[in-house]
Design a binder for this molecule. Structure first.
Ligand SMILES: [Zn+2]
Ligand SMILES: [Zn+2]
Length: 130
């Protein structure tokens, strides 16, 4: 029974991530689910997120000086972040796989992927300031 409930909760967490093209934090997911799933704890959300990223169903995005985000888009891609509201958008530009190949061959490593983050002030925040 316990097992069934855990995997159900995992699917609920997964569905939440896939429900929007958004980069959820564990807190975002917990806040969204706690009304409909009162038995769910933040710790369970974290455990499920860890499992989902370990198994490659979602991608964990680790950002300097920021909490981890979880991405339903598991293709290699880059992100654009607003320095004011911290909203994250996927960039639709080609992934530079040659960089991975270059680092792999130069250092004899097996590079999985790399990450690039671009910073800007989004139109919303720009508008609010003036
Ligand atoms: Zn913004
Ligand atoms: Zn993304």
């Amino acid at each position: 029974m316990e097992r069934v409930r855990y995997s159900l909760q995992r699917e609920v967490v997964f569905d939440t991530i896939m429900s929007e093209r958004k980069h959820f934090t564990a807190d975002d997911i917990y806040a969204r689910l706690k009304v409909s799933h009162p038995k769910l704890s933040l710790g369970t959300v974290y455990r499920n997120l860890q499992y989902l990223s370990d198994t490659g169903r979602v991608r964990k995005i680790t950002l300097p000086n920021d909490v981890d985000r979880y991405d339903g888009n598991i293709e290699d891609h880059y992100h654009l972040i607003c320095t004011m509201c911290e909203s994250i958008t996927d960039l639709e530009i080609d992934y530079f796989s040659f960089i991975d190949e270059e680092v792999s061959s130069k250092y004899g490593l097996d590079i999985d992927h790399h990450n690039l983050v671009f910073y800007h002030k989004c139109p919303n925040c720009k508008g609010n300031k003036s």
